[in-house]
Ligand binder design. Sequence first.
Ligand code: MLT
Length: 244
Amino acid sequence: MAPQHSNRNPKPVKIDVALNPAEIALLPERDLDRTTCVAFDILRATSSMITALANGTRAIHPVPTIGDALSLKDKFPDAVLGGERHGERIEGFQLGNSPLEYRDNPPARIVTTTTNGTVALRACDHARETLVGALLNLDAIRRRITDRPSVLLVCAGTFETLAAEDVLAAGMLCAEFPDATLTDSADVALRYSTLCRGDLGGALRRTRNGAALLEKCRGAEIDWCAQRSLYDTVGVLRNGVVAA
Ligand code: MLT
């Protein structure tokens, strides 16, 4: 009798992609009970979170607003406030949102708010599982979601628009599942990623967020975020807190 491949997924994973903030705004109304969400904000929120977790941070509280962050700081006085508005450190916060700020001995506990990345993460609060995705941990994410029946890749975007770097990361993850059932959005992301995968740094530099960082002479941050699978760390959001 042929060996039974009990661990073989009975049917291919279904992968969908939320391409932009308008779709993300609808997620709270969507049934995600059986869905694993992966949030991507490559420049720079999820890249910074993975960098922090990989280098010692134990807990990250992503919140949508500055008011939420200040309230959590009252609850966790040991927490360090981090994040950005318009790419800059928020007045009164100790850290901004550059991944390079979170590489060397980062705080044990961080409360962070960013323009899109923290909003995207929290929109997935009710999902079966919500993961923090980046190019920095792409293969660790691939391993984590293998055998999940339903996956939604959430591209945080920038302000109200699509962010190409997030779609690129989502497409690269789709490429790791050749047997997956892809929605049209996932297929678009996959096809876009095939145009960029050979030069991730160059692709990130051509994006709106990349150009904004280059104008501020922050190319080193782009290059950091463009490193594929530098880390094996997967951030998992549970009850409003991200931990490895
Ligand atoms: C975001 O969350 O919109 C981005 O991470 C913003 C940034 O880091 O500049």
